[in-house]
Design a protein around this ligand. Sequence first.
Ligand SMILES: NC(=O)c1ccc[n+]([C@@H]2O[C@H](COP(=O)([O-])OP(=O)(O)OC[C@H]3O[C@@H](n4cnc5c(N)ncnc54)[C@H](O)[C@@H]3O)[C@@H](O)[C@H]2O)c1
Length: 367
Amino acid sequence: MAYIEQHSAGLPTPVRLGLIGSGWMGAFHGESIARRVPGAVLAAVADPNVDSAASVASQLGTAKVTADAADIMADPDIDAVIIASPARFHASLIAQAAAAGKHVFCEKPAAQSLEELDAALRAVETAGVHFQIGFNRRYATDFQAAKKDLAEGIVGEPQLLRSLTRDPGTGSIGHAARIPAWTIFLETLIHDFDTLNWFNEGAEPVEVYAVADALVEPSLRDQGFLDTAVVTIRYSNGALAVAEANFSALYGYDVRGEVFGSKGMVQAGRPTETAALRYTAEGLSAETPRLNVELFRDAYTDELVDFAAAVRARRDGAQPPSGAFTLTPGAADARRALAMALACIESVQQGGPVAVTAVSSNSKAGV
Ligand SMILES: NC(=O)c1ccc[n+]([C@@H]2O[C@H](COP(=O)([O-])OP(=O)(O)OC[C@H]3O[C@@H](n4cnc5c(N)ncnc54)[C@H](O)[C@@H]3O)[C@@H](O)[C@H]2O)c1
């Protein structure tokens, strides 16, 4: 017997992605690109902590490592960037990448003020590059199933919506003290705002009323730390929504969404790590997902599969595949959710409801 020769003619040239920021989320995105996103290559890693960049790159077989994201921007071999630096750098990195002609995937939030976001999005528009924001919940299979039902009108007119995030914990007071002010709105509930906006597509968030406190770490309350929040939202179609978050669910990472409408209700959110249920003399129990990268492993992969497909389609002059409902979160989604988070900050500061459109383009979170 001899091997039959197999030629791989016709396989598309992979898209080459540069990772900017190789911390917790960036390292996971790097691993997804290198191991789980077909037709994508992790071409380079940038992080001012160059040891972190080198460690991620060497584990994933990536040769190019730099402390300066500008090297990735200037690299003609790189098609697009994945921005996973801390949020305060996002807007300027988006603008730099767009000016260099790179397509952009950016972790949330895309900016910390509407003014800097608008400047970054103008750069994206001027350059004509593809932009995607990291609202990964849209890619979770249960959230997509709920969205499909909503798009098909199965739930009727949305009347009440709900989204919640209970993070698995701040770990220690030392860690909590390093979490920037207003993170609960700008980096946690911003996911819930996008879920609600996506579920209630076509309507605009009109008004928010946010209350928040430090119930997990009360000793940090005086420093302005917030770990628990509830937000009510009024939408332009009359629907009312509630978003809530807490930083310390002892039972794991708990994310849920729900829409109640004129014809019924749809719920999303996976309560257990697997479908296995344990029945014993003590009763019924199950494993729960503990980390975001456990609950959303596939969703984090699929958002990058979507991004790589869009970059490939732009490069090859093809139409990206279209689905039964809107999926890819883009510039308008990033802006709408950020405006809500900023309105929540004003709401907490003022102690009352705030019109989302009243958030001026230069109001900036005090971070
Ligand atoms: N979608 C999600 O579910 C999810 C989950 C966690 C974090 N995030 C987001 O990912 C981003 C990063 O969060 P993280 O938890 O990975 O933080 P992290 O602190 O673990 O990592 C940030 C990394 O960026 C590097 N960095 C700092 N300045 C930089 C710059 N100018 N250019 C490039 N790199 C720079 C740091 O050295 C660090 O390695 C945040 O915006 C966060 O909100 C999203």
